[in-house]
Design a protein around this ligand. Structure first.
Ligand SMILES: Nc1ncnc2c1ncn2[C@@H]1O[C@H](COP(=O)(O)OP(=O)(O)OP(=O)(O)O)[C@@H](O)[C@H]1O
Length: 261
C-alpha cells in the first residue's frame, strides 16, 4: 500500500552544508503492517516521515500510496490520508481550543470546515472515541487542551490523527517525552487503534524493547538507508540483547559508544 521508491533527500544541496539525509531508499509496506524503526541520531528517520508526509521535498525517487503517486502532492493534501504524531505533545493540538473543538477540527479533515456548533451525532462519536482511551476525557469536552497533561494530550493527538481513519499513521517517537507508565499506556493505545481500524503504521523509537515488542516488521536505519529489516518470524525469536547486537553490527561506531555507556 506504500511504496518508497529510490528516494533521496538532500538538504542544502550544492553548499558546504550539503547533507544527504535519505540515500536511494526503497521499501514497500503491505496493508496493515506495523513497522518499528530504529536507528542512530541523524540516521534519517524523521526525514523519511517528512518525505512520506510531504513536509520536505524529495530530490530523487517517488512516494506511492495506494497506487497513487504522491511525490509532488502538497502536505495538506497528503494529510487527508496520512496521520503523523511527533515527540512533542504540544504539536498537533490547539491549546486554546477545547477538546471538543480540537476533535471537530480533525473530524472535518477532508471536508469543508465550518464553524457550526458540533452536532449531537458528532459529539456522541467524540464521546465514544474518548471513552475508548480510558482517561476520563469523555467528561471534559469543554476543557481547554492546554491544561491537559502531556500523556492526555498525546492520547488526544492520537485520537485526532485517527478519528478520520488514515491510510497511514506515522508515529515519530511519540511517547519519548512521557513518563514510563504513561508512555506504555499511549503505546498500547496506538497498537489498539491501529489494529481495530486496520491502519498501516510506522513507529520510530529509540527503545529497543518497544521496537521488538510492537509491530510485525522492524527497520534498522543508518546513513539515510534501511540497512537491516526484520520480519515477524525473526522478531519472535529475538531477545532485546539480540536486537542490540544486530543494531550495533550495522550502526555507526558512535552508537556503540552510546549504547555501551
Ligand atoms: N531541515 C534540515 N536542514 C538541514 N539538515 C537537516 C534538516 N533536517 C534534518 N537534517 C539533517 O539530516 C540528517 C537526518 O536527520 P533526521 O532528523 O532525519 O534524523 P533522525 O534519524 O530522525 O535523528 P534523531 O534520532 O536524532 O531524531 C541529520 O544529519 C540532520 O542534521
Amino acid at each position: 500500500m506504500l511504496k518508497v521508491d529510490d528516494v533521496s533527500v538532500i538538504f542544502n544541496e550544492g553548499t558546504v552544508n550539503e547533507k544527504r539525509a535519505l540515500s536511494h531508499m526503497s521499501f514497500e509496506l503491505n496493508e496493515g503492517d506495523f513497522v518499528t524503526i530504529i536507528g542512530s541520531n541523524g540516521a534519517g528517520k524523521s526525514t523519511l516521515f517528512s518525505a512520506i508526509s510531504g513536509a520536505v521535498d524529495i530530490n530523487e525517487g517517488a512516494v506511492i500510496l495506494d497506487h497513487k503517486d504522491m511525490t509532488h502532492e502538497k502536505e495538506y493534501i497528503r494529510s487527508r490520508a496520512i496521520g503523523r504524531l511527533f515527540q512533542d505533545p504540544l504539536k498537533g493540538t490547539a491549546p486554546h481550543m477545547t477538546i471538543e473543538e480540537n476533535l471537530a477540527l480533525s473530524y472535518s479533515r477532508g471536508k469543508h470546515f465550518s464553524l457550526r456548533p458540533v452536532s449531537k451525532k458528532d459529539r456522541q462519536v467524540f464521546i465514544d472515541r474518548l471513552k475508548a482511551l480510558d482517561l476520563g476525557l469523555e467528561d471534559r469536552l469543554t476543557t481547554k487542551v492546554g491544561t491537559l497533561s502531556g500523556g492526555q494530550r498525546q492520547a488526544l493527538t492520537l485520537l485526532m490523527a485517527t478519528i478520520v481513519t488514515p491510510k497511514l499513521l506515522l508515529l515519530d517517537e511519540h511517547t519519548a517525552a512521557l513518563d514510563p507508565a504513561t508512555s506504555q499506556k499511549v503505546l498500547n493505545l496506538s497498537m489498539k487503534i491501529a489494529q481495530e481500524h486496520h491502519i498501516t503504521t510506522m513507529m520510530i523509537t529509540h527503545n529497543m524493547e518497544d521496537a521488538l515488542k510492537y509491530g510485525n516488521r522492524t527497520f534498522i536505519m543508518n546513513n539515510g538507508q534501511v540497512v537491516l529489516e526484520l520480519n515477524q518470524e525473526e522478531k519472535a525469536h529475538m531477545s532485546v540483547n539480540d536486537l542490540v547486537e544486530k543494531f550495533l553490527s550495522v550502526a555507526s561506531a558512535s552508537d556503540e559508544m552510546l549504547l555501551r555507556k
